[in-house]
Design a protein around this ligand. Structure first.
Ligand SMILES: [Fe+2]
Ligand SMILES: [Fe+2]
Length: 124
């Protein structure tokens, strides 16, 4: 997986996956959405975080620890949402709004820094 992505000139997978995460969160905020959308978010976020963490480990990224800790915080939020037994659309929408804000800050903050690091590493 890693070697096949080394040739890209831009990190398209990262950008595309972020767009998908925002789209799933938008879906979760809709009143007609259900727990399946939250499960989808859980699975998709997990594969996205795993890929970023794979790069961080492979490239010995210096900011790895704090970045992974941020992912773990997001993981916990999704887990607590999944643990809700009631089908509470209002609560889901509230959490979706919170997670969207969180993700926006993460994507334009630490993820941008990681992207720059990966691109610089690939040029070496
Ligand atoms: Fe990240
Ligand atoms: Fe990300």
């Amino acid at each position: 997986m890693f070697s096949s992505m080394q040739k890209t000139s831009d990190i398209l997978w990262q950008d595309a996956q972020h767009q998908t995460l925002f789209a799933i969160l938008e879906l979760i905020a809709q009143p007609e959405s259900g727990i399946d959308a939250v499960r989808h978010l859980h699975d998709y976020a997990e594969s996205h975080f795993a890929l970023e963490e794979h790069y961080m480990a492979a490239l010995a990224y210096p900011e790895r620890e704090t970045h992974v800790a941020a992912h773990n915080q997001f993981r916990e939020e999704i887990a607590s949402l999944l643990a809700q037994n009631e089908d509470d659309a209002g609560f889901r929408a509230l959490v979706a709004t919170f997670l969207t804000e969180w993700l926006r800050r993460h994507v334009f903050g630490v993820d941008k820094a990681l992207e720059a690091f990966i691109l610089a590493s690939e040029r070496k």
